[in-house]
Design a binder for this molecule. Structure first.
Ligand code: ZN
Length: 188
């Protein structure tokens, strides 16, 4: 992975600046960890990879082909909106991207075994219209990991739209809202 990811590429800089601005501190291109993660946040036991959609084959699907093709059964890699496989030398690119994907998977597996959380940020999630949302969600994930590690009770208050007043105010003090499977529910 390191060989094909040049240092200080733009998407990586966006993530670095965005997290720094949100108060996170990290180390860069950790050489001793599998895959040389772009950012390593020790306090959060988290490695972050900023992946280019093409090289790392974002959203690619492998479909299984049964018998009828010239080559026989096997899998065919179809391009995606994120990763358009060049028509020229197609086989070469497919093999290359497939290898990259396998290596990525293997590195994530190794890191997980070592007790690291891994976050993969895709280049397409960093385009201007999505950028802030993506960075906020990384920040949220990191805080969540930290809280889990420290067995701290996650204190979250139900968000509600003040104009619509969707939450029954009268229930306050009697029953409580609690988070269940990502949704707010009124406790019985
Ligand atoms: Zn993508």
């Amino acid at each position: 992975m390191a060989a094909i990811r040049s240092k200080d590429t733009k998407p990586e800089m966006i993530v670095r600046r965005g997290l720094w601005k949100r108060g996170f501190r990290y180390r860069l291109n950790h050489k001793r960890l599998p895959g040389h993660p772009d950012l390593v946040l020790r306090k959060y036991r988290t490695c972050i990879f900023v992946n280019g959609c093409f090289w790392h084959g974002h959203k690619l699907t492998e479909s299984t082909v049964q018998g009828s093709t010239v080559q026989g059964s096997g899998t065919i890699m179809e391009g995606s909106e994120c990763c358009k496989i060049p028509k020229t030398n197609r086989e070469f690119w497919v093999a290359k991207i497939r290898r990259n994907k396998e290596r990525d998977k293997e590195e994530l597996r190794k890191l997980a075994e070592m007790g690291w959380h891994c976050i993969t940020v895709w280049e397409c999630e960093l385009k201007p219209s999505k950028r802030e949302e993506t960075l906020d969600s990384i920040a949220f994930t990191l805080n969540h990991i930290w809280l889990q590690d420290h067995h701290t009770k996650v204190v979250q208050y139900p968000a509600f739209d003040e104009d619509n007043m969707q939450m029954p105010m009268a229930a306050e003090g009697e029953r409580e809202w609690k988070m269940e499977n990502g949704k707010w529910k009124m406790e019985n």
